[in-house]
Design a protein around this ligand. Sequence first.
Ligand SMILES: [Zn+2]
Length: 321
Amino acid sequence: MSGQSETTARTDTLELGDVTVTRVVEWSGRIRTVGEMVPDSPEEVREEHRAELVPDFWDPRDDAYLCAVQSWIIRSEGRVIVVDTGAGNDRDRPQVPPFDHLSTPFLDNLARAGVRPEDVDVVVNTHVHYDHVGWNTRLDDGAWVPTFPRATYLIPRVDREYFDPANEHLRPAARSDADRLRREGNRLVFADSVQPILDSGRAVLWEDRHRIDADLELRAAPGHTPGSSALWLRSGTERAVFVGDMLHSPVQLWTPHANSCFCEDPRQSRETRRRVLAEAADTRALVLPAHFPGRGAARVKHEGDRFEIREWAPLDRLTAS
Ligand SMILES: [Zn+2]
């Protein structure tokens, strides 16, 4: 992973039927290269789509992958829902140096979007990776406590089981130092960002489908992790889908078979990506990934066996470089 990072304090809001969606950024910067992040997407595809990728998503000079870590705040039926909680402050993250002992003004950014921790009713973790569960908790006098003291935390049961260190013995032995570091990292993430929520009694573990309200439904979207999920929004004639890490880069629209290097089940990840993007294209749903800088989200359309951008969301551009 290479260095440069910056924190930003921008918020942007969309109206989708009766629901509003606000982007709150925790971190943006360069992580690895696009070639490393999405290894099965050939370089020619980046060249072919240079105009759509530069400058927001790709730096062609060194192939840098430009990344945002952000939360989507949904206001629906009088409630406040936070989708994914970023990487969090103050954590030991030896497996991801740019996020080790991070110190960002995320809660100030959230306040600028009009949300205090006690205002949050529901937290959605699309999956249990470090950059989606971080602000589940905060450090309080040496103890990890829920950041959102009134919220119900919706955590996919499959990921809760899969990443629980108590179930480590169910997996094959680590084969390399990188494997060992990743597993140690997972243990730390579970201990500081998941276990305290389970212990607080604020977690609701769900499987397959979970309805949040009349407009919002979580559905399993496995592959990236076994418990990965997508949150579908339907209000009036508007549709949207929060896809978490099903997409890391727009190159995966043009090469939907191409997984990120963090996708745990390659076959299932591809199937899920094609299925969810096809439904989003058919219903003109706005697709909101977790890590897109730039306009942050887009409507997509079919183009043979791949997808194209129909239009970007009317959000302010976030420049990650
Ligand atoms: Zn992620």
